[in-house]
Design a protein around this ligand. Structure first.
Ligand code: GN1
Ligand code: MG
Length: 374
């Protein structure tokens, strides 16, 4: 087995992992995949009957996902449902349209290794790519369509309520409390270098509970949502640029449609990276937003209520703010949650989010007006 950018212990371990799953081939090589801040992902190539076939092996980060069995139950139910819906629509290229879990030799959705680590395997979706930032309105539209269709497809998932794989994941009030605690404790003595960001974060308090209140008042319903609708979780066909499928299903759970739409606004309406240091480039661009909203609204028109619509522009501001304060809290607490690649990385990410919050706030009315016109 030949591996790149990976220590030897990892290589041997992956060899062992690969044998646990129902893959009828021999592993040839594997590469660590650097996308995402949380899980550990490898792309592995196998010789299967003389043809090269690729699979994804992924280790679940258990300090983030405390109930990996629950995560896999959710992912299994959701991917099974997606497949049967696509089948009934006689969709082509099913295994490019929805993630496919490869079970273990004893039929389970995951393998728990000797160290108590949870591993799962997916069919590798070929001839697609994802981007860290949006380049064109067409891409923004495709992202909106892909996650909108995802919500529509899982809307009738049968059975019990999904597990909340991370409780209160988008509960901005709770995230705000965590931030306040991080500021008070200031364990790493970093609060002074984030004084401006802290001031900004605290100033926004009056509106951070808006969606929680609307939900508590029965105005907007709970649905099944993806909850991590970052643009790099959309796989676009190399040739056509069409969205083929969405990935990263670990946080698919009960939520509000706004959590998904909001994170799409965050990641598809400014053509900059999440950690862009030149804040003058960070800006909510109306043509990108319009394309996103068009793609999304068309896909959800069958179920999205007028009350839900009313908060769509707002949700962009709210979710961008929420991720911003999560980066800030993690910075203050010593970068334990989000993987960082340079000093102050989480602070840079926070600044970018806050700049975008300001930009959205300036255009929020016009954004909502556009949604209303659709
Ligand atoms: C994390 O899976 P990944 O790295 O794309 C995080 C999201 C954040 C995102 C910010 C489980 O997503 O909530 O929006 O980073 N996922 C989790 O880039 O916390
Ligand atoms: Mg994720």
């Amino acid at each position: 087995m030949r591996t790149t950018n990976m220590p030897l212990y990892c290589e041997q371990h992956l060899q062992e992992i690969s044998q646990q799953f129902q893959i009828y081939g021999q592993i040839l090589h594997a590469e660590a995949c650097k996308i995402g801040h949380i899980n550990e992902t490898y792309t592995a190539t196998y010789d299967q009957g003389g043809v090269l076939v690729r699979y994804i092996h992924q280790r679940i980060n258990q300090s983030v996902f405390r109930n990996p069995v629950g995560v896999m139950e959710n992912v299994m139910r959701v991917t099974t449902h997606l497949r049967s819906k696509l089948q009934s629509q006689t969709a082509r290229q099913m295994t490019r349209r929805a993630l496919t879990i490869v079970p273990t030799r004893d039929g389970k959705a995951y393998y728990c290794d000797g160290n108590g680590e949870f591993w799962r395997t997916f069919v590798f979706v070929e001839r697609v790519q994802s981007f860290e930032s949006v380049q064109t309105p067409t891409q923004a539209c495709e992202a909106g369509r892909a996650f909108g269709e995802f919500q529509a497809l899982v809307a009738d998932l049968p059975g019990a309520r999904l597990h909340e794989t991370i409780p209160d994941f988008h509960n901005t009030r709770k995230r705000f409390e965590t931030l306040k605690r991080a500021i008070e404790e200031d364990h790493c003595n970093r609060a002074h270098s984030a004084a401006r960001e802290i001031e900004f974060a605290l100033k926004q308090e009056p509106w951070i509970g808006t969606l929680l209140d609307a939900h508590a008042a029965g105005e907007v319903p709970e649905r099944i949502t993806h909850n991590d609708t970052k643009f790099n979780n959309v796989m676009l066909d190399w040739e056509t640029g069409r969205a083929m499928c969405v990935v990263d299903l670990d946080t698919v759970m009960p939520g509000l449609v706004h959590y998904d739409f909001g994170d799409m606004v965050r990641t598809t309406t400014s053509p900059t990276l999440e950690d862009e240091k030149d804040l003058s480039k960070v800006e909510m661009q109306m043509p990108l937003f319009q394309a996103l909203a068009q793609g999304y609204m068309k896909a959800v028109e069958g179920f999205c209520t007028p009350a839900e619509r009313r908060y769509l522009a707002f949700s962009g501001k709210l979710i961008t703010y929420t991720i911003g304060i999560r980066f800030l809290a993690d910075y203050l607490m010593g970068d334990n949650y989000f993987r960082v690649h340079r000093p102050d990385h989480n602070l840079d990410r926070c600044r970018t989010q806050f700049r975008l919050v300001e930009s959205i706030a300036q255009q929020e009315e016009a954004m909502q007006k556009f949604v209303d016109s659709l």
